[in-house]
Design a protein around this ligand. Structure first.
Ligand code: ADP
Ligand code: MG
Length: 290
């Protein structure tokens, strides 16, 4: 199974929301990482055909998705970034409603809905009105909704948005659990969301693909490029302004400023501990970490 994106572009007015994006997805979990406005949702809207493309192609198993139409849409599960719930519906009723919209027969839907409620840990709360759900519960219900038709391609636009760390871990582990034999695209601006589950990470900036690789290759590519120094609080602001970048760590013996770049800044020492994806982020989006 492949989903091939060729030269995909989208402009809003004068804004190039996505510019000549090309990439081939096969089975696996792909973390689409980038700051707000970098084009993540635009890419997902084009792949799900919720937005009209300008140039380029999206091919599912070598066939263009536009003439494919409904058979392609049936393979998709989509969790949009902004999505309302019917607050008066119970969680279970919401899933029946969505199943009906997707054309699932009630009989088939029943087993599937109970299975999904269990997968996302909502069985005990399924009878409650969604209006009373926490943010994490709502996101899990929306994830269940995206999985109703057992999609081969799962597109999740910031599924962890607005969640606390515990809920983020929870939803992440559900995604990891259901990802087998699927193409899963998961967008986020939070590195930790994809660190443990993405097989490939795609970095977007200003609508363009910066780099795409496995987390371990990305980390290896910045090996030896991270530098640190202890700083007094007054000095910290000065240094951050000077370099327009950096990540601040609090250690037992003081504050440490870490910079990641191609050359060693004066007075800094190379980091000897293993680096992580967060350092990769710092390398590609330096000014955003300040
Ligand atoms: P992300 O999901 O990474 O935050 P988006 O894909 O939503 O980024 O947006 C990319 C760029 O396109 C942004 O500059 C955004 O303002 C612009 N954009 C997205 N959707 C629209 C729209 N419907 N109308 C006008 N501009 C848009
Ligand atoms: Mg978005």
């Amino acid at each position: 199974m492949t989903l091939q994106i060729k030269d995909l572009s989208k402009t809003y007015g004068k804004k190039k929301a996505l510019e000549r994006f090309s990439y081939t997805f096969d089975e696996g979990v792909y973390g689409i990482l980038g700051p707000n406005g970098s084009g993540k949702s635009t890419l997902m809207n084009l792949i799900t055909d919720n937005s009209k493309r300008e140039t380029g192609q999206v091919l599912y198993n070598s066939r263009d998705i536009l003439p494919l139409g409904e058979p392609y849409r049936a393979t998709l599960g989509y969790m949009p970034q902004q999505q309302g719930l019917y607050e008066e519906f119970s969680g279970r009723k919401f899933l029946y409603y969505m199943a009906n919209l997707k054309g699932l027969r009630r009989k088939e839907a029943k087993g599937r809905i109970e299975e999904l409620l269990s997968i996302v840990g909502l069985t005990d709360d399924a009878h409650r009105k969604t209006g009373g759900y926490s943010g994490g519960m709502k996101q899990r219900l929306l994830l269940a909704q995206a999985l109703l038709s057992d999609p081969k391609i799962l597109i999740l636009d910031e599924p962890t948005a607005g969640l606390d760390p515990k809920e983020r871990i929870r939803i992440r582990s559900y995604i990891a659990r259901i990802a087998k034999n699927k193409i899963v695209l998961l967008s986020t601006h939070i590195v930790q969301d994809i660190e443990s589950i993405a097989t490939q990470v795609i970095l977007l900036k200003d609508g363009k693909l910066l780099v795409a690789d496995s987390p371990s290759n990305l980390i290896a590519s910045i090996c030896g490029k991270a530098y640190e120094r202890y700083c007094a609080a007054e000095e910290m602001t000065q240094l951050q302004e000077r370099y327009q970048m950096g990540n601040v760590y609090l250690r037992q013996d003081g504050e440490v400023l870490r910079l990641v770049g191609d050359s060693k800044p004066e007075g800094f020492a190379p980091v000897t501990q293993p680096l992580g994806l967060e350092d990769v982020y710092l390398y590609y989006y330096p000014s955003l970490m300040v």
